[in-house]
Structure formats: C-alpha cells, structure tokens
Design a protein around this ligand. Structure first.
Ligand SMILES: CC(C)(COP(=O)(O)OP(=O)(O)OC[C@H]1O[C@@H](n2cnc3c(N)ncnc32)[C@H](O)[C@@H]1OP(=O)(O)O)[C@@H](O)C(=O)NCCC(=O)NCCS
Length: 392
C-alpha cells in the first residue's frame, strides 16, 4: 500500500472531473473552461447551471426549456412547510435547511430513480427546494407567513421575493444572480467532496445534498461568511480594525498548533487551501460590496471590511477568500449573519448536483485508507474476558 500521507488531503487528486478548474497561483477559476469573471453578470445563473450540468451553455431554446422545467417544479410541498413550523425558532437556518432537504427525499417520487433522467429531475427540484426552504424558514422564524410560488421570475428574483414578499428591483436581483453564479461551483471543496463520497456509495441525490449541507456549515468552509459578518459588526468602526486583527494574529509564534487552529486566533474570510492570491470571485465581490454598501447606506460596513483587509495585507500574505466581501454584499441585501451560509448553499446546490451527476456517470466507491498510528497488535490482559463472553 502506498503510504504517502497528505495532511488534510492537501493537493491530493481524488478523482477526475471536467466541471471546474482552479489556478490557485493566479487566482483564476473556470466553469467548463469559461473564466468566472467572464460568466458572472453576463450569463444568468440558470444558464450557468445548465453549463455545469451538461458541459455547454444552452442555446436559446434549451435555456427556455430549462426554465420551463425549473418553474414547473416551483413550490414547497405542504409537509415541508409543516416541518418548518414545528422547528424551534432559534434553529439555525442551515440546520433547518438540512432537515427539510432530508424530508424532501421522502416526498420525492423519484427518490429511488437512479437513471440520468431521474437524477436530473431531482436536481431541478433541489435547485428550487434550497432557496424555497431557506426563505420559508426565515419568514417562519421571524413570525411571518411563507410566500407562494410564481413561475415567471428569474431564479434570483424568485428567491428574493420569497424572502421579502415583494418584488426585488432588477438591480438587486442582478446582484443576487451574480452572487449565485460566483458560488455555484468550486471543484473539490469540502461540501462537494462530501456529496461525491455519498454518491459513490450509490446513495440517492437527496442524501448526497444533505451530506453537502452538513459539511458546508463548518467555519472552515461555508460557515465562514457568517463569522465574517459577525466580526465586521463586532469591530463596527474602521479605526478598530487594526487592533482587532492584531489581537487575533498577535503572538502566533508562542502559540501551540491547536491554539493557532482555534477560530478565535483566525480572521474569517482569509486563507485558502488552493489559492495563493486573492481569487477572481473575491475581486468581483469586493466591487459589488462597495457599490451595494454605498447604495444602501451601509458604507461604514464596507469601510470596516476594507480596514480589516488592509490590516491583514500588512501582516500576512493570506489571500482574501469568497466569504469575506460576500458577507458585506449580504449585509447590504438585508441578510442577517446567520442566514449567510444558506445563501452560499442556494448557489452551491447547482455545483453539488453537477458533481453528483458526474460521479453517478462514472462511479467507483471512494474509500481511502488511514495510516494507522494506534497500538501494535496485542493480547487481552489475563482475566479481561468475562466468563459469559462468547469469546470465552
Ligand atoms: C480556509 C482555511 C480553512 C484553509 O485551511 P488550510 O489550508 O488547512 O490551512 P491551515 O489551517 O493549515 O493554515 C495554514 C497557516 O495559515 C494560518 N491561517 C490560515 N488561515 C488563517 C486565517 N484566516 N487567519 C489567521 N491565520 C490563518 C494558520 O493558522 C496556519 O498557520 P500555522 O502553520 O502557523 O499554524 C483556513 O485558511 C481558515 O481557517 N480560514 C478562515 C476560515 C475561512 O475563511 N474559511 C472559508 C474558506 S473559503
């Protein structure tokens, strides 16, 4: 057995994939060969989804067909609304999402359909279900009624209307469309890898998306955007950013590895396993954060973010990641901190399904090995086997 152990699977090639490519040294990201900066804002999220799932951008007719199929699947099944109503109001939105997606498996007539068409039908439903659940839970937990489906809006506008029960402006819908596109896929990130591991056992697609949502939650992954917004709110004033960063990073040399790994010793929104420089998504989000924050009277939040960015630049070479400026955009959209990771999931579900479809199409169980570091084989101490034991 090859015993080359890579801590955290760093740089390990775990499978072949034709969906998404990352150039970590240059900060570039490609969906099916198209650079993210060329796609974001130019190609609607629905067409991005087709690109990720099928490999090519849709023709006008294919794009219309895809929207018609997507719109036909809109609307939360009543049992999911009932489930959400039964949750405690302080249930974290991502926990509510994970739980409700789990229930949606039981309500999906195709749950056991493992052919390509069945998996595409489930993917379409999940693409709707995620924003529908996120919006319905946010309304229920804030004492408001969920809003009904409509079939004539873009995916981004639909989600915003479900959240706020009013039509978003075209500008705001466009901002969310870009945000969804920027989050749609990212190669073998932790949640996508979790989905592929589940698929590789031939578990159903809903099971894979539940695994992905569960994995997205952690602060090392999608949960970081919630931490970023809380951090920026806590700092509150650009003049306090430098001291805050210093308190997080200061004295690292004297700290143990475990102490350095503590989230309280890190600045969320910085660092990445693959990128060595700020990535293209972060650059787009920084521009959007600035204009959105100014347009919505949240310029101070952007100023705090810029001050943290500058303080990090002065102290480290860690790149800023997608979660940093996206949190400022969410704040300008009126999204509370604990809902940020659910917005991430609303975009990333497109990528989870793309990777699931790819894994089902050419599958082999994903089952790595561990380098065993435990005790050498040994015998039980005398008298340790009870007289009633089947081993005795
Ligand atoms: C993203 C992340 C998990 C990547 O992890 P990784 O590739 O395993 O890198 P490590 O955790 O081994 O970090 C490498 C070094 O950089 C430091 N580091 C990484 N990110 C840091 C951050 N945001 N703030 C401060 N220090 C950081 C680590 O402490 C470590 O230093 P050490 O070797 O002296 O202990 C990590 O950068 C992180 O925790 N970032 C903050 C959370 C975040 O924004 N997550 C969203 C990712 S898109």
């Amino acid at each position: 057995m090859d015993s080359a152990f890579k801590d955290g699977l760093e740089d390990v090639i775990a499978a072949r994939s034709a969906i998404c490519a990352i150039d970590g040294a240059a900060g570039r990201l490609y969906y099916r060969g198209y650079e993210i900066g060329d796609l974001a804002g130019a190609v609607p999220f629905e067409d991005i989804t087709v690109l990720l799932w099928r490999g090519e951008l849709p023709t006008a007719r294919e794009a219309a067909e895809f929207r018609a199929r997507l719109h036909a699947e809109r609307g939360l099944p009543a049992p999911i609304v009932s489930l959400l109503r039964s949750l405690p109001r302080d249930c974290h939105p991502l926990d509510a999402l994970r739980t409700a997606v789990s229930l949606s498996a039981a309500l999906d007539a195709d749950v056991r359909a493992s052919d390509v068409d069945g998996n595409v039908r489930k993917s379409l439903r999940l693409l709707n279900r995620v924003p529908e659940i996120v919006a319905a839970w946010h309304r229920i937990r804030t004492g408001r009624e969920p809003v009904g489906a409509r079939a004539d809006e873009s995916h981004a506008a639909y989600f915003l209307r479900l959240l706020e029960a009013r039509e978003p402006s075209p500008e705001v819908a466009r901002v969310l469309d870009v945000v969804l596109t920027l989050h749609a896929d990212h190669e073998f990130n932790a949640s996508t890898f979790a989905a592929r591991v589940a698929v590789a056992t031939l578990a159903d697609l809903h099971a894979a998306v539940v695994a992905a949502i569960a994995t997205l939650k952690g602060p090392r992954h999608g949960g970081a955007n919630e931490d970023v917004l809380r951090m920026l709110q806590e700092i509150g004033d650009p003049a306090r950013a430098e001291a805050f960063v210093a308190s997080r990073l200061g004295g690292r040399e004297g700290r143990s590895r475990a102490e350095r790994a503590d989230p309280k010793a890190r600045v969320p929104g910085f660092g990445h396993r693959v990128y060595r420089v700020d990535d293209a998504r972060a650059r787009v989000l920084r521009g959007m954060a600035k204009s959105m924050a100014e347009a919505t009277g949240r310029a101070r939040m952007f100023a705090v973010a810029e001050a943290v960015y500058d303080a990090m630049r002065a102290r480290t070479s860690l790149p800023v990641n997608v979660d940093f400026f996206s949190a400022v955009v969410y704040d300008a959209l009126g999204i509370p901190a604990d809902l940020c990771t659910s917005i991430f999931a609303t975009g990333r579900v497109a990528g989870w399904c793309a990777h699931a479809l790819e894994q089902y199409a050419d599958n082999r169980l994903i089952r790595p090995r561990a380098e065993y570091t435990g005790h050498a084989p040994r015998t039980l101490p005398t008298g340790a086997v009870a007289a009633t034991s089947p081993l005795s």
